[in-house]
Design a protein around this ligand. Structure first.
Ligand SMILES: [Zn+2]
Ligand SMILES: [Zn+2]
Length: 170
């Protein structure tokens, strides 16, 4: 099944009050978030379409794995995100509600999936919930160090920089 860009809702020929669930393959694409790039591969999703008197009520659900740099230590991270989004499109009538993703009976499902994923992101994308981050002094990842073992007794001495340069030159 190829990933869908749009879905023709009118072709489902639902009458008001009728509903249908569709399996859709989604390609939410990549997101820029907190200075990092996060990619999400194709995912299977579930689209519930309900015909209302004047339009559609829609629900889109999928789970995905976002891959990109940990916001604390910059190591590769994979974060599972669960998306459950709803849209109502009811043009005309007294209570006018228009979804930006529905136009002339067509649902732009790929764009909706992308936007819904962006809204469902956790505040921080981390390699692990208790990621220790990077040492503020030397920039080394603290995840590999024994707890309390990574310490700097004095503020960095400029001579250390020289030493580090020498090591790099080797
Ligand atoms: Zn991390
Ligand atoms: Zn350090």
């Amino acid at each position: 099944m190829a990933a869908s860009e749009t879905i023709d809702l009118d072709r489902l020929e639902l009458r008001p009050g009728e509903a249908r669930s569709l399996d859709v393959e989604l390609r939410p694409g990549s997101l820029d978030y907190g200075g990092g790039q996060y990619a999400s591969g194709p995912r299977d999703g579930r689209l519930d379409v309900s015909r209302t008197a004047a339009g559609y009520a829609l629900r889109l659900r999928f789970e995905t794995l976002l891959e990109g740099p940990c916001m604390r230590c910059l190591a590769d991270a994979g974060v599972g995100v669960r998306v459950d989004a709803r849209e109502v499109d009811q043009p005309g009538g007294g209570e006018e509600l228009e979804s930006p993703y529905v136009q002339a009976g067509e649902l732009r499902v790929a764009r909706w999936a992308h936007d819904a994923l962006a809204l469902a992101l956790p505040a921080q994308l981390l390699c692990r919930t208790e990621c220790a981050g990077l040492c503020a002094v030397c920039g080394e990842s603290l995840n590999d160090a024994e707890p309390g073992a990574h310490e700097h007794e004095r503020p960095p001495d400029p001579r250390w920089d020289k030493l580090r340069e020498l090591r790099l030159d080797r």
